[in-house]
Design a protein. Structure first.
Length: 136
């Protein structure tokens, strides 16, 4: 009689031939001498390559400190010189605050994508209420 797994009642010999898989499932786990020369900090080639949009690297088209895009769901009229005015439907490129201590809860820093594409100048960035937007 062969050894039996208590949960499935299948012979353990069926499971002995299975290859161990890496936790991230990108590649099979290496054993013995295969891991001796491997760099544990290396990423799979697919994860290391830059994201592209229309054949060009995304980070070359985006402003420094770019985080993500949002779509304005409502018009927002700027009340201060440091605020960004936006109309419903416009896409805003969210960027990191120059000084994170200046960020108030519920407010993001960004610039209109249409202006950035035209003049590539961060002078037109401003703060706006996050709840007027939807993350893309």
């Amino acid at each position: 009689m062969s050894a039996c797994c208590p949960f499935t009642c299948l012979p353990l010999s069926l499971f002995a031939s299975r290859k161990a898989m890496s936790w991230d499932t990108w590649e099979e786990e290496k054993t013995g001498s295969e891991t001796a020369g491997a760099d544990s900090n290396s990423l799979p080639a697919a994860a290391a390559s830059p994201v592209t949009t229309n054949g060009s690297a995304e980070d070359t088209e985006m402003p420094p400190g770019f985080l993500f895009k949002v779509k304005a769901m409502h018009d927002y009229i700027a009340n201060d010189a440091d605020e960004l005015e936006m109309k419903a439907g416009e896409i805003v490129l969210v960027v990191a605050f120059d000084n994170p201590d200046e960020q108030d809860d519920g407010w993001l820093m960004g610039m209109l994508e249409s202006k950035w594409r035209q003049i590539k100048d961060q002078a037109h960035k401003g703060v706006f209420p996050e709840n007027f937007t939807q993350k893309l």
